[in-house]
Design a binder for this molecule. Structure first.
Ligand SMILES: *[C@@H]1O[C@H](CO)[C@@H](O)[C@H](O)[C@H]1NC(C)=O
Ligand SMILES: *[C@@H]1O[C@H](CO)[C@@H](O)[C@H](O)[C@H]1NC(C)=O
Ligand SMILES: *[C@@H]1O[C@H](CO)[C@@H](O)[C@H](O)[C@H]1NC(C)=O
Length: 455
C-alpha cells in the first residue's frame, strides 16, 4: 500500500523520489545546483517537522453534513471545458481590443453574475466558496474542473474563477459548467491589458541584468530600484503575487453576494486536482477550527507534501504555517483576511515575487499571532502542474496522466475517504524565519500597485 502510494506521488512529482527531503525536493523542482540549493535552503530553512508534542481528539461524527443533501458522487464525463486549446503564446492585443476588453472587465467585475443560480438557489451561509486563480494552463484547468465535478456536495458550492487573461473561448467554456454556481472575476491590471506599459514591460524600463551604476548613467526608468540581488523588474514575475493579493481583496471585500458571508473560502490554482471528499474534509476541518479544537489554528490547507509513509485518511495535523509546506488550497475566513490587510505594507514591500513566501514574512514579522495551519495527513488536493511549471514538459508530466495517477490512488483508497471524524495531532514545527526575500519585487511601482488594492 505504501509502495503504490509512493509510486503515485513520485509520478505526480515527475522525477522526484518520494523519500527526498523537502529541501532536495524544492531544489530539484527549481533546478538549483548544490551550492544555490544550500543558499536557498538557508534562506528558507527547509527541514523536517519534529515529533508530536501532544494529541487531541476531535469527535465530529455525524454533525457535519446532512446526508440527504449529498449527491451520489457518480463519475461524470471528463473534459468539462471541452477541447479548447490555446496557442502556445497568446498574441498581444491591439489598442482597440485593449480598450474593449478593459471595459468588459470593468463591467463584469461590477456585474458579478452568478451562473446556475436558478438551478442551485441563492448563496447562503452554508455555501462552500472556492476561488481558483487562472492563468493559461487550460489542459490542467480541465482536469481540475473534472475533479471538482466529482466532489460530493459540489452542488452546494460557489466556484469563482479569477483570471489574469481574458480569453473568450475559455470564458465561454467556463460559463457552460453546470454542476455548481459559477462566477468569473478578472484581475484588471494584467500584462495582457498593458503590453507596453507598467504593469507590463515598458520600453524605458531598465533591462534585468543591467548594472545599477550603468542604469543610473543611462537614466532608465527604475534605475534606483533594483531588487536585493541587483536585478531590475521583469514584468512576468510580479503578476502572480499581484493577482493573488487583488483577488483576496476583491473576494472578501467587494463581492456583493459574500457581503455577509462569515464562512471560509478555499483558494485553489488552475493546476490542482481535488479528491471527491475535498469539501467533506474541509467541513470537518472548518468545524474543528470554529470549535477551537485545533490549538488556535487560523487557517486550513487541504494539501501537504508530507512523505506518504504516515498516511492516515482520518488524521490531521496542526502546526505553525510554513509557506513552502502548506501553500496548497489555503482556506480561511474574512477575519484572517482583514488581519492580513492590516499588514499590507509588509506584504507589499517585502522583496519577493512569491505570494506564499511573502505571506510567511507577514506571518513572522507583522501578524499579532502567527499563522497556525490545520492540514490533513493524506492530501485532499494535489498540485499536478508542478511538472509543467518547473520542468520541460515530458510525457510523465502530461496533465491527463497526472490526473489518472491520482484517480488510481483515489480508487485504491476509496474506503478511507469521507472519514466520520478526524483526529488532530499537534506538531511543534521548526522555528524558521525568512531572513531575506527571493527578489523580483524591488520596483516601487509594484509596491504602490500592491498597496492600491487595499486602499
Ligand atoms: C447583508 O445584511 C444586510 C443587513 O442585514 C442586508 O441588508 C443585506 O441585504 C445583506 N446582503 C446580502 C447580499 O445578503
Ligand atoms: C474566522 O475564523 C477564526 C478562526 O480561524 C475564528 O476565530 C473567527 O471567529 C472566524 N470569524 C468569523 C467572522 O466567523
Ligand atoms: C487512522 O487514524 C484513526 C484515528 O487516529 C485510527 O482510529 C485508525 O485506526 C487509523 N487507521 C489506520 C489504517 O491506521
Amino acid at each position: 500500500m505504501e509502495l503504490l502510494l509512493s509510486m503515485i506521488i513520485a509520478k505526480i512529482f515527475c522525477t522526484v523520489n518520494a523519500d527526498l527531503s523537502l529541501e532536495r525536493y524544492f531544489c530539484k523542482l527549481e533546478k538549483l545546483d548544490a551550492q544555490s540549493c544550500k543558499h536557498v535552503a538557508g534562506i528558507r530553512g527547509y527541514s523536517k517537522l519534529s515529533e508530536n508534542e501532544e494529541t487531541i481528539t476531535s469527535n465530529l461524527f455525524g454533525k457535519i453534513l446532512d446526508d440527504e443533501n449529498l449527491n451520489s458522487g457518480d463519475i461524470r464525463e471528463p473534459e468539462p471545458l471541452g477541447t479548447i486549446t490555446l496557442p502556445e503564446t497568446i498574441s498581444p492585443l491591439n489598442p482597440v481590443s485593449i480598450e474593449e476588453i478593459g471595459n468588459k472587465i470593468r463591467f463584469l467585475n461590477a456585474e458579478q453574475k452568478i451562473y446556475n443560480l436558478e438551478k442551485y438557489g441563492p448563496v447562503n451561509e452554508k455555501t462552500c466558496v472556492i476561488v481558483i486563480q487562472v492563468h493559461s494552463r487550460v489542459a490542467y484547468l480541465n482536469q481540475l474542473v473534472t475533479s471538482l465535478s466529482r466532489m460530493r456536495n459540489v452542488e452546494n458550492s460557489l466556484i469563482i474563477f479569477s483570471h489574469d487573461l481574458y480569453l473568450p473561448e475559455l470564458n465561454e467554456a467556463i460559463r457552460k459548467i453546470d454542476f455548481a454556481r459559477i462566477m468569473q472575476i478578472f484581475y484588471p491590471h494584467s500584462i495582457q491589458l498593458n503590453p507596453n506599459r507598467f504593469p507590463g514591460p515598458s520600453p524605458d524600463d531598465c533591462p534585468r541584468d543591467l548594472n545599477p551604476t550603468k542604469a543610473k548613467e543611462i537614466k532608465c526608468r527604475n534605475a534606483d530600484h533594483p531588487d536585493i540581488y541587483g536585478h531590475y523588474r521583469e514584468a512576468a514575475f510580479p503578476q502572480t503575487k499581484h493577482h493573488w493579493w487583488w483577488k483576496g481583496n476583491f473576494v472578501f471585500r467587494n463581492l456583493n453576494v459574500l457581503q455577509n458571508y462569515t464562512g471560509v473560502i478555499a483558494f485553489l490554482e488552475e493546476d490542482y486536482y481535488v479528491t471527491p471528499d475535498f469539501l467533506w474534509v474541509l467541513k470537518l476541518m472548518e468545524d474543528a477550527m470554529m470549535r477551537n479544537l485545533c490549538h488556535g489554528c487560523n487557517l486550513l490547507s487541504l494539501g501537504t507534501y508530507l512523505s506518504p509513509k504516515k498516511l492516515n485518511y482520518s488524521q490531521a495535523v496542526v502546526t505553525n504555517w510554513v509557506s513552502t509546506e502548506h501553500n496548497m488550497a489555503m482556506t480561511f475566513n474574512k477575519t484572517l483576511w482583514e488581519k492580513l490587510t492590516r499588514c499590507a505594507q509588509t506584504f507589499c514591500e517585502f522583496d519577493d515575487y512569491n505570494w506564499d513566501w511573502t505571506l510567511f514574512q507577514v506571518s513572522n514579522t507583522c501578524l499579532e499571532s502567527k499563522l497556525e495551519v490545520l492540514y490533513p495527513k493524506a492530501a485532499r488536493v494535489y498540485h499536478i502542474g508542478d511538472c509543467g511549471l518547473h520542468h520541460k514538459m515530458t510525457k510523465n508530466c502530461d496533465s491527463k496522466k497526472a490526473a489518472e495517477a491520482i484517480d488510481k490512488g483515489i480508487k485504491q483508497y476509496s474506503s478511507f475517504l469521507f472519514p466520520d471524524n478526524i483526529r488532530i495531532d499537534y506538531l511543534k514545527g521548526n522555528k524558521m524565519f525568512p531572513k531575506k526575500g527571493n527578489g523580483g519585487w524591488g520596483d516601487l511601482r509594484d509596491r504602490e500597485l500592491c498597496m492600491s488594492f487595499v486602499q
